[in-house]
Design a protein around this ligand. Structure first.
Ligand code: HEM
Length: 285
């Protein structure tokens, strides 16, 4: 599926739409793959529904996950009541899951791989991350692992900075394209007309001296932290790993925005589910 979606970016729209209509070539592959995904996913929904029917306190369970959130209604909440018609639809849960899986799995796995490699090759930074974790998260752990709350994670400023720094150097989406709504002048001085497609690279932007300074090639989490030890305010137009503006990544709130509390995250998620998009652009949020 990912391959077909990628190909759609390279070919003229009329071309792939015609193939879709005729059900040939790559577009036929897309149809077959979607059917496999649907079969698998509707099975997961049925299993989750069975589980939820058996448990009345699903919202507090350890295995609370996004699928639970999509299927369970909170009747005390006005917004949730308005959404209940959507929430009853399995098609809605399927569409949301597809959206989140396709946009959220490869990005997180490649981002984590680069992050772990950078930490493993920078001993002092690894020590600082471990020290911060020991100081801020209670308990020695029983070796089984556990989920940390948003509140606990929001204390880990150095870890947060190290993740941002790794995404700056190795953004999982290394190039992007966008289209001008009107004629404009780019920061480089180039004039562009209306409806012009512009390709840019967050990978190169993360390595430009004029944006990040002379040490731009170094892995240095400290650049994200102010003298007071707080996370600095970096514009998403400068740190482009998640894109910026109304179509920026919705997963950013889970990945690096630790300053957003749980209620905010849930209310953002609700807005997204209703078809809106949270336009939070300040700093790392
Ligand atoms: C390190 C992790 C991630 C990175 C670097 C990343 C990066 C991006 C980027 C660059 C875009 C904009 C793509 C475009 O220009 O069209 C985007 C969009 C999106 N991302 Fe992420 N993403 C990450 C994790 C996630 C996760 C975990 C989720 C889901 C929970 C997610 C869901 C989405 C969705 C749904 C969009 C489309 C938003 C829209 O078009 O309105 N992402 N992401």
């Amino acid at each position: 599926m990912e391959e077909v979606i990628f190909q759609r970016h390279l070919k003229p729209q009329w071309f792939w739409k015609l193939h879709k209509w005729l059900q040939i070539g790559e577009e036929r592959k897309m149809k077959i793959s979607s059917e496999i995904f649907d079969r698998l996913f509707y099975q997961c929904i049925s299993r989750k529904k069975e589980l939820l029917n058996r448990s009345k306190t699903a919202m507090d369970r350890d295995d609370f996950d996004l699928l639970t959130f999509m299927l369970v209604e909170d009747h005390n909440n006005q917004e949730e009541r308005e959404m209940s018609a959507f929430k009853k639809s399995e098609k809605y849960a399927r569409d949301m899951a597809f959206n989140l899986l396709s946009a959220g799995s490869e990005t997180v796995s490649s981002g984590l791989a680069w992050f772990l490699w950078l930490v493993a090759t920078h001993q002092l930074i690894e020590n600082s991350i471990l020290e911060e974790i020991k100081t801020n998260l209670n308990g020695e752990g029983d070796g089984k692992g556990r989920h940390f709350s948003f509140e606990e994670l929001s204390k880990l400023n150095y870890l947060h900075a190290a993740i941002c720094e790794s995404l700056r150097l190795y953004p999982p989406v290394p190039f992007e394209h966008t289209v001008s709504v009107d004629s404009d002048t780019l920061p480089s001085g180039h004039q562009i007309g209306k409806n012009t497609r512009v390709i840019y690279s967050p990978y190169w932007m993360g390595r430009m001296e004029e944006i990040w300074g002379a040490d731009c090639l170094e892995f240095k989490p400290e650049r994200w932290i102010s003298n007071k030890g707080e996370l600095g305010d970096v514009s998403p137009y400068k740190f482009r790993a998640f894109n910026a503006g109304p179509r920026a990544c919705i997963g950013k709130v889970w990945t690096v925005a630790s300053d957003i509390d749980k209620e905010d995250r849930l209310s953002m998620l609700r807005k997204i589910m209703q078809g809106g998009h949270p336009e939070r652009e300040g700093g790392l949020a």
